[in-house]
Design a binder for this molecule. Structure first.
Ligand code: ADP
Length: 451
């Protein structure tokens, strides 16, 4: 097992990793920018190192500074969390070259899954169903048009290097295609420095269903069921739940088994998530995330398996003791991502939290690095915390979630709490009857609630 882990992240996920390390008896090193000197992860870690000024490229993305921090503290492994360097194959390789373990998959797998076209090809080769689309990147507009016609409109133009919903444009009809291509290319160039795009059939009312996997890198892998992340705004998830209201256990185990087998064939190491769109009873692969995800607590709630702890164990090369039959699902869990954003405009609302009272009680988990008097810096994402609620049934979970949301106090900054208080009382949500465009339709029709 590792002796000292450096956590190359901040906020709630740094805290989450720190907790797993403490339980495993592993010493921790926090790194932080000058803007995060007062952050909770810094206070709770055994040691901390300032790695640069506020801008992420100068601190949390600063590889030489992170290497120096490992060197100074003698850390033998790095946990990258999510975002920042978590899906950077080069970073994983550099660590290896310095004899420091990267707690994540093999660099080759990070690289394959980071290129959406390669990822789709690999998925297909491994027997995972994919969204119909172009075989690879599309060149000229004329070529794109002929491919689009063969797929059938509407089509979605997507950036090969995409992420976070950027570089994605819908072309409802033939006339709109060249415009969609140009916009997606420009957006992709600006965001990723790579303007390659490809085409996919645009599904009109799918759900976003993802399968959690865990592998030992030597051909053993299991799945831990699915999460339904269909409630999204601008392709960003805001509410995740398990089980999906749209699936029965046979369907979950069916797609889970397909994915677990693919991960065994790939000799995948660590935690990962294989993402699908699901429409009319069919699953279509869209991408794989090769890291721990924001919404992992939902799976932890219904399996009682600590994913970060298992992730650290397999990275250290320990015996892989979990078997598929050890994964026993029970109950229902929902996560709400509470962001510091204006409830109507969704503009980030950094600033000082003057009152903070998170809910508690049976079945309520809060993953947050916020505290009374904490100032949310303007430089990073706007997540204040995740509220994860568990119940024996979906009904009990919703009942508890309603209560927990009403109890949650965050004053001094705007948050998305009013939106969730409204959503949890909506009939479609209560019925579990929603898809990936539901939230945007709802906001367009009703506006966002103000309080
Ligand atoms: P990113 O890496 O940018 O997040 P994804 O490929 O994971 O991109 O897609 C993000 C979201 O975009 C999905 O959850 C879904 O809402 C939407 N999306 C992606 N592909 C399609 C498609 N073919 N049809 C309809 N919606 C899609």
């Amino acid at each position: 097992m590792f002796e000292k882990i450096l956590i190359a992240n901040r906020g709630e996920i740094a805290l989450r990793v720190l907790r797993a390390c403490k339980e495993l008896g592993i010493a921790t090193v926090a790194v932080h920018s000058t803007a995060d000197a007062d952050a909770m992860h810094v206070r709770l870690a055994d040691e901390s190192v300032c790695i640069g000024p506020p801008a992420a490229r100068d601190s949390y993305l600063n590889v030489p500074a992170l290497l120096a921090a490992c060197e100074i503290t003698g850390a033998d492994a790095v946990h990258p969390g999510y975002g920042f360097l978590s899906e950077n194959a080069r970073f994983a390789e550099i660590l290896e070259q310095h004899s420091i373990h990267f707690i994540g998959p093999k660099p080759a797998h990070i690289r394959v899954m980071g290129d959406k076209i390669e990822a789709k090809r690999t998925a297909q080769r491994l027997g995972i169903p994919v969204v119909p689309g172009s075989e690879g990147g599309v060149g000229s507009d004329a070529e794109a048009l002929s491919i689009a016609k063969s797929i059938g409109f509407p089509v979605l133009v997507k950036a090969t290097a995409g992420g976070g919903g950027r570089g994605m444009k819908v072309a409802p009809t033939e006339d709109a295609l060249s415009n969609a291509l140009a916009t997606a290319r420009a957006e992709a160039q600006a965001a990723f420095g790579n303007d390659a795009v490809y085409l996919e059939k645009y599904l009109t009312r799918p759900r976003h269903i993802e399968i959690q996997v865990l592998g030992d890198g030597q051909g053993r892998a299991i799945h831990l069921g699915e999460r339904d992340c269909s409630l999204q705004r601008r392709h960003q998830k805001i509410w995740e739940e398990a089980h999906s209201p749209a699936l029965n256990i046979a369907a979950i185990n069916g797609i889970g088994a397909t994915v677990a087998k693919a991960m065994r064939d790939l000799e995948y190491l660590g935690v990962g998530t294989v993402e699908f769109l699901y429409e009319d009873g069919e699953f279509y692969f869209i991408e794989m995330n090769t890291r721990i995800q924001v919404e992992h607590p939902v799976t932890e709630a219904i399996t009682d398996i600590d994913l970060v702890l298992e992730q650290i164990r397999v990275a250290a090369g320990g015996d892989f003791e979990l078997r598929q039959e050890d994964v026993k699902f029970h109950g229902h869990a929902i996560e709400c991502r509470i962001n510091a954003e204006h409830p109507q405009t969704f503009r980030p609302s950094p600033g000082k939290i003057v009152a903070y009272h998170p809910p508690g009680g049976l079945g309520v988990r809060i993953d947050s690095a916020a505290y009374h008097g904490y100032t949310i810096p303007p430089y990073y994402d706007s997540l204040v915390g995740k509220l994860i609620v568990y119940g024996k049934t979906r009904g009990e979970c919703l009942m508890r979630l309603r209560r927990a949301l009403d109890e949650f106090v965050v004053d001094g900054v705007d948050t998305t709490l009013p939106l969730f208080r409204r959503l949890v009382r909506e009939k479609d949500i209560i019925d579990g009857d929603y898809h990936i465009h539901w939230l945007e339709d709802f906001l367009a029709k009703n506006g966002a609630p103000s309080a």
